[in-house]
Write a protein that binds this ligand. Structure first.
Ligand code: ADP
Ligand code: MG
Length: 240
């Protein structure tokens, strides 16, 4: 579904991604781990061109996303993104947060968009919050709504950038549960997270990044039980 080849990203003189190569297959759940500043967010942001790569190729569903005749808006619609900081629209209630993009961007009718929103709210257990405003929701509820909002566009892949890092500990579980059920339904997911138990349970593949490179990748078993690289070992030992 996604193929990244020779991806480089620099901010001025700062080299943030140095020749990153990855493939993500349809239905796969890939978890990216690594120290702060290693380029994880930049990599995700390059995937949907929130950042312009300095060099390299990103192919999404057979189409180079940097090619001139590519419709990046259409491709972005197919990539849902969930951020650490929720980024809900504060002036819109839950229903409007979820339906605004399907209506405005995809031209879905108001009625159909509402039905989609209701289905999603039922799934995440927040039907009763349909008229609530973000300021009256807990962090965990806001993040579940942010996931529903992304799903309302029927994306082909979901990108998560530390979706539970800004949450109080007691709210982490409810967000991870939503992500787990999404994974079980076969959604293609790329997840940057420090939640190692989640990674163990859900990831088909774990990628360890350091200093703008993929240092090691493998199954949870391979990465957690038998890390080959010293940097992977050091990183994991600090988490325990
Ligand atoms: P991670 O998500 O792994 O913590 P990031 O991708 O956010 O890492 O950042 C990698 C490096 O790139 C960091 O040194 C960060 O300060 C730098 N960086 C990220 N975004 C920008 C930007 N827009 N301008 C300048 N430097 C940036
Ligand atoms: Mg980050």
């Amino acid at each position: 579904m996604i193929k990244v080849s020779g991806l480089f990203k620099q901010f001025g003189d700062l080299k943030v991604l140095n020749n990153v190569n990855i493939e993500i297959k349809k239905g796969e759940v890939v978890v990216i781990i690594g120290p702060s500043g290693s380029g994880k967010s930049t990599l995700l942001r390059c995937l949907n061109l929130l950042e312009e790569p300095t060099d390299g190729e990103i192919i999404f569903e057979g189409m180079s996303i940097r090619s001139k005749n590519n419709n990046i808006d259409l491709q972005r619609q197919k990539m849902g993104m969930v951020f650490q900081q929720f980024n809900l629209f504060p002036h819109l209630n839950v229903l409007d947060n979820i339906t605004i993009s399907p209506i405005k961007v995809k031209g879905v009718s108001k009625e159909e968009a509402k039905n989609i929103a209701l289905d999603l709210l039922r799934k995440i257990g927040l039907e009763d919050k349909i008229n609530a405003y973000p300021q009256n929701l807990s962090g965990g509820q806001k993040q579940r709504i942010a996931i529903a909002r992304a799903l309302a566009m029927s994306p082909d892949v979901m990108l998560f950038d530390e979706p539970t890092s800004a949450l109080d500990p007691e709210m982490v579980g409810e967000v991870l549960e939503v992500m787990k059920s999404l994974a079980k339904e076969g959604m293609t997911m790329v997840v940057v997270t420090h939640e190692m138990a989640f990674a163990k349970e859900v990831a088909d593949r774990i990628i360890f990044m350091d200093e703008g490179n993929i240092i090691e990748e493998g199954t949870a078993e391979e990465i957690f039980s038998l890390p080959k690289n010293k940097r992977t070992k050091d990183f994991l030992s600090k988490l325990l």
